[in-house]
Design a protein around this ligand. Structure first.
Ligand code: BDP
Length: 730
């Protein structure tokens, strides 16, 4: 009987812990450290913040919250210098900081210096920035050090972002729908703003600031709404909330805004009326939001209006808007995702063909923003050929943390390794060592402006991203936008420790899962360089047989090229010659199937089913084995996760375990359906020991996914109207 209260406490403890662990806290989870770690932070007891700005207040609040949680004791904050303190500020706000002679020239306007100093027998940790926002970033970095149990006695850190604009981009509509979002609806409730600013926006700002994100595009919509005074009042309220966190707002803009809301008959970028419209509208926006970041513009793509409608170039289109923004310091992020339904050229060549000739023609406050690959955020693509090929243009990268093509919210796919592969690829744009990272951060060609844009995976779900492990992709985005040369493994390591525990018995196996997870997804979805094999509309399950969508380049059969003779897309000189768009060193590699990495083989080559792979197996056998490995690896990840039960709270453990069940059956579906289809084409037997697909091909072809989130029906006809989405008459 005596045991009962104890048992009850334990049980209640578990229930309340489970309730609290719904993932809301993200990586800013300040739970008490274990004993030995606590000991090593004994000297951290006081915080001194002399600054008085809103940002200084946020900084001291975060440090109090973080340190008192992590160290499980009262941490006091004051404005007077004292011994054994963490001192945070700028040389102006805090005279002592000026006296330390810190290398603040390395910190820029957003970075920081952290140093352990000893003066007159007092131990101090100084966190300094040239600006309050720099100091805030430093405070978050210091909290990360404690969360990851790093020693803090001899700190000497200087960090500044390599990339200027680090944008978290919501494809959300202003009515709350989330385009290609798999974590509920938009977190922004424009209807209730500005009177009600959900406290969640503040936690959102904290999360973004903690990883150095400095720009947000919260929604997109028709100009007649998003550029209206009523909406600008709402947007201004959000900008006011985000500003002290060092975050600016951007908005989407329609290239046809001059027609849609300006009452003009044209959107011709050379028309003086059009230029005047943009100037007036932009001036008005800056009255609401004095530090408005600028516009993200999608033009001449998938039905969006653009300068081609009046016979003008993308540069002329971007520049007319850029000229309106320039006096205010605003930027145009001009998307290079331009491809045409009437252009028969290999779809993946179109971006380069459109933009390369315009190199040097864009204003300095334009960033041409390309997706990582030349197609569309597929599980694996080679880098887009524009990287390294446009030395006179600010070239930004667009990547997709929301897993539109990688299993939505349920599959565990850590994208850090994907983006690392992209950023570390050598473009040879200026000889060896011209990595994409150096193009994107502007250092290779000494560009004045740089940007990385992530299509965000944040929604109204309590855990923000639809799953705990998807939070790692938000986190990794921020870290890589700050420093595209950072290591995906180091980022995963930090994230695991901050989100779960630093116990090596958990960190090691979970990191191994994360690090191999993207390759696993590639294996069961699109191995060996296959691409765009998903079903129409929903982009979820497999559809390699689909050949009836009006535009050839929206059909999986266009990309897999499977026929009796073989499989793959010939992009060598004998085929579409897309290889010629790369620097000679890269082109030479991709032109030769023997030199092309097997992971990209079928992207560049159409090869016989019996082609002999480096492994000695035939291409057909290798393909089947990759699909099979993918399915097997998901089973292994799920089994490893089961062993992690003792280290994780029940709520996050169970959700992850259940999601693995979904991923297991999806991986099987991808494998079986793909093999069933390709076998119907190759006519070859499965390699020894490989299980036959569970069902006949007809079964897979008949599957539909009407409940898949983000289902966007495409028009099954040859030509999409390149239309003004809002008729001028309305
Ligand atoms: C594709 C999405 C589509 C987007 C498009 C884009 O399926 O919804 O509109 O990218 O980047 O991947 O604009």
């Amino acid at each position: 009987m005596k045991l009962l209260p104890l048992m009850l406490t334990a049980a209640f403890g578990m229930i309340s812990a489970a309730h609290a662990e719904d993932g809301y806290d993200l990586w800013l989870r300040y739970h008490p450290l274990e004993k030995p770690a606590l000991e090593s932070y004994r000297s951290v007891t006081n915080i001194v913040v002399e600054g008085r700005s809103a940002t200084s207040k946020i900084t001291s609040d975060e440090l109090v919250r973080g340190l008192s949680g992590l160290l499980a004791r009262k941490v006091t904050v004051g404005t007077k210098m004292r011994c054994d303190a963490v001192v945070v500020g700028t040389p102006t706000s805090t005279p002592a900081i000026a006296s330390y002679k810190l290398p603040l020239d390395k910190a820029g306007s957003e970075g920081f210096v952290i140093r352990s100093v000893e003066t007159k027998g007092c131990k101090e940790i100084v966190i300094a920035g040239n600006t309050d926002v720099g100091a805030l970033h430093g405070a978050f970095h210091f909290l990360k050090l404690v969360q990851t149990r790093a020693p803090v006695d001899h700190l000497d850190i200087a960090s500044a972002p390599a990339v200027k604009i680090r944008l978290w981009n919501h494809w959300d509509s202003i009515d709350g729908r989330s385009g290609r979002g798999y974590a509920g609806s938009s977190i922004f409730n424009w209807w209730e703003m500005p009177q009600y600013m959900d406290p969640r926006y503040t936690d959102y700002a904290r999360a973004n600031a903690s990883i150095g994100i400095n720009a947000v595009m919260p929604a997109q919509g028709a100009s007649r709404y998003t550029m209206s005074p009523a909406f600008l009042t709402k947007l201004a309220a959000l900008a006011d909330l985000l500003r002290p966190y060092g975050i600016k707002v951007f908005m989407s803009a329609s290239f046809s805004a001059p027609i849609e809301i300006g009452g003009l008959k044209t959107n011709d970028p050379t028309d003086p009326g059009v230029a005047a419209f943009w100037k007036t509208k932009v001036n008005e926006i800056y009255q609401y939001i004095p530090d408005f970041g600028g516009f993200v513009i999608k033009s001449d793509s998938e039905g969006a209006p653009g300068p081609s409608q009046t016979g003008h170039t993308q540069a002329e289109g971007a520049n007319v808007v850029a000229d309106a923004l320039a006096p205010h310091g605003g930027t145009v992020l001009w998307r290079a995702f331009v491809y045409s339904d009437v252009n028969p050229e290999d779809r993946i060549k179109q971006e380069y063909s459109e933009f390369k000739p315009l190199d040097g023609k864009f204003r300095d406050n334009v960033v041409v923003q390309s997706k990582n690959g030349p197609l569309d955020f597929q599980p694996r693509e080679p880098f887009s050929a524009v990287f390294g090929a446009m030395p006179h243009t600010n070239l930004g990268a667009e990547i997709q943390p929301t897993k539109e093509y990688l299993g939505f919210e349920t599959h565990l796919v850590y994208l850090g390794t994907y983006w690392q592969e992209f950023f570390q690829t050598d473009t040879y744009g200026k000889g060896p060592g011209s990595t994409v990272a150096k193009v994107v951060d502007g250092s290779l060609f000494n560009r004045p402006l740089s940007a990385i844009n992530g299509v965000g995976n944040v929604g109204s779900d309590r855990d923000w991203c639809g799953s705990t492990f998807n939070q790692a992709n938000w986190y990794a985005f921020g870290r890589l936008a700050w420093n595209p040369a950072d290591s995906a493994e180091a980022i995963a390591d930090d994230w695991i420790k901050m989100t779960f525990t630093a116990d090596p018995a958990f960190v090691k196996p979970v990191k191994a899962i994360m690090m191999s997870s993207r390759e696993t997804a590639v294996n069961y979805m699109t191995p060996l360089g296959l691409t765009h094999q998903m079903g129409t509309d929903h982009h979820y399950g497999p559809g390699p047989w689909i050949d009836d969508v009006g535009r050839p380049d929206w059909n999986p059969t266009y990309y897999n090229g499977a026929n009796k003779g073989g499989i793959g897309f010939d992009r060598t000189a004998a085929g579409s010659n897309a290889v010629s768009q790369y620097a000679p060193e890269v082109a030479a590699q991709y032109s030769d199937p023997k030199k092309t990495p097997p992971a990209l083989l079928l992207w560049f080559h159409h090869l016989p089913w019996t082609y002999v792979m480096p492994s000695g197996r035939t291409l057909w056998d290798e393909l089947v084995i990759h699909y099979t490995d993918g399915e097997k690896e998901v089973g292994e990840m799920a089994a490893t996760w089961q062993k992690m039960k003792p280290y994780v709270d029940a709520e996050r453990f169970n959700k992850t375990a259940d999601f693995f069940e979904i991923q297991k059956s999806d991986a099987k579906l991808w494998r079986d359906a793909s093999i069933a289809y390709f076998q119907s084409v190759s006519g070859l037997p499965l390699p020894a020991g490989m299980a036959a697909p569970e069902h006949p091909l007809s079964y897979y072809k008949a599957l539909t996914f009407p409940y898949a989130p983000g289902h966007e029906p495409v028009l099954k006809r040859a030509k999409l109207p390149v239309a003004d989405p809002i008729p001028a008459s309305k």
